[in-house]
Design a protein around this ligand. Structure first.
Ligand SMILES: NC(=O)c1ccc[n+]([C@@H]2O[C@H](COP(=O)([O-])OP(=O)(O)OC[C@H]3O[C@@H](n4cnc5c(N)ncnc54)[C@H](O)[C@@H]3O)[C@@H](O)[C@H]2O)c1
Length: 379
């Protein structure tokens, strides 16, 4: 089955297989199984008993531990990969070489170089490569994106997110690579057109001796002069999931743990009064004015984000347009994660980012480009 054949199956359900039936795979299974866009054909896991458990006793979906069986099946147009990040490259590459469209769980791959290979393969084969950055499909993030893009918040001043709880200290990843893909992809989704991250500085700690960072603070400088900050933490006794976006006209707070009022818009802010409007004697004190207007809470659709993910994947397969979180956006997330890891290793020195120029393998760039920002590195 080629990408073109899959696209031309207009009106027919898209045959889909899920690989990985651990913690997250069953959520994909449930959403594919309940979407009229798809026919779920296979669930593949090295541990078949997990796949059987995930499907339940009455399922007619095929179960296998052999990826080749799935990829040889002509009914399969698309493959969703929900295995650990280190396996994404091999599974997604094999699926695309078999002509299947691919949805890969976040992060797109274990390294930027691996992600780049996936993006190049998808572009070469004319297939859809999508990364499941689930939060980008929540009604809250879609509202935030619409408000920033329409100018309702004014110019972006800052983006500040907190994603902390007593998390599972994982053996194959650190807190940055586990949690920050969410925040980076949300930032990517809401940034106004033409604004991108230009450098990242990060600090992290492993106070329990787990062998990998369990707490991280990440700061991004944006090309517009605005700043973004993420706090990700596996050791927090309380769970917090908040994002604040400040703009020149309004600010908003997204509290994902407050279903009554997930998004609050503040008609509040600080204005700088042009110096010529202030009398000479007041100039030192009166240049700043504070606005305190209403708080409003926009109505949000009540829809599971993953339902939006599988719908976007189907729409992209049927129309050939890139999904919101396509391979290239997954690659930009990897570029920021890698640069943040480098910054952590260098005690927080800011690292330059390639922005939307994601074609170069960082290992192929000149030494000069890979250097930390000089002025700060020399401090
Ligand atoms: N989008 C989200 O919000 C979200 C949330 C959690 C996890 N994830 C992502 O989902 C992916 C899986 O995470 P998880 O927590 O479910 O992991 P997990 O360890 O719970 O499950 C992974 C499963 O993959 C199977 N597996 C491993 N290698 C395989 C292979 N080569 N072929 C077939 N099966 C294989 C394992 O047997 C296991 O059942 C990761 O990329 C993770 O970052 C995304």
């Amino acid at each position: 089955m080629t990408g073109d054949q899959a696209t031309s199956r207009q009106g027919q359900p898209i045959g889909v297989a899920v690989v990985g039936a651990g913690y997250w795979g069953p959520n994909l299974v449930r959403n594919f199984a309940t979407s009229p866009e798809y026919r779920l054909t296979w669930l593949c896991d090295l541990d078949e008993s997990r796949a059987v458990r995930a499907l339940g006793p009455y399922s007619t979906v095929g179960v296998t531990d052999d990826l080749a069986t799935v990829l040889a099946d002509e009914r399969v147009d698309a493959v969703a990969v929900a295995t650990p990040a280190a396996t994404h490259l091999d599974i997604a590459l094999a699926a695309m070489r078999a002509g299947k469209h691919v949805l890969v769980e976040k992060p797109l791959a274990a390294t930027y170089a691996d992600g780049l290979r996936l993006v190049h393969e998808a572009e070469r084969a004319g297939l859809i490569l999508m990364c499941d950055h689930t939060f980008c499909y929540t009604p809250a993030v879609q509202k935030m994106r619409a408000m920033v893009h329409s100018g309702e918040l004014g110019d972006l001043h800052f983006f500040d997110s907190v994603r902390i709880n007593l998390g599972l200290v994982q053996a194959d990843t650190d807190v940055l690579w586990d949690l920050a893909p969410h925040d980076i992809s949300i930032l990517e989704a809401v940034l106004p057109p033409g604004v991108e991250a230009q450098s990242v500085a990060a600090h992290a700690a492993d106070p329990i001796g787990a062998g990998r960072p369990c707490v991280a603070f990440v700061t991004l400088q944006l090309t517009s002069g605005a700043i973004a900050h993420f706090h990700v933490n596996w050791l927090s006794p309380t769970k917090v999931r908040t994002t604040m976006i400040g703009g020149s006209k309004r600010a908003l707070l997204w509290d994902d743990l407050n279903p009554q009022q997930r998004v609050t818009v503040f008609d509040r802010g600080v204005d700088l009064i042009p110096a010529e409007e202030v009398g000479e004697q007041d100039r030192e004190t009166a240049l700043i004015s504070y606005r305190t207007g209403d708080l409003t809470s926009p109505a949000l659709a009540n829809r599971e984000a993953l339902a939006g993910v599988v719908q976007e994947f189907a729409d992209s397969i049927r129309t050939g347009r890139p999904p919101l979180t396509d391979g290239r956006s997954g690659l930009r997330v990897l570029a920021i994660l890698e640069a943040a890891s480098q910054s952590i290793a260098l005690d927080g020195i800011p690292m330059p980012l390639r922005g939307s120029q994601v074609d170069l393998d960082p290992h192929e760039q000149s030494d000069l480009e890979l250097q930390p920002h000089r002025a700060l590195a020399d401090r």
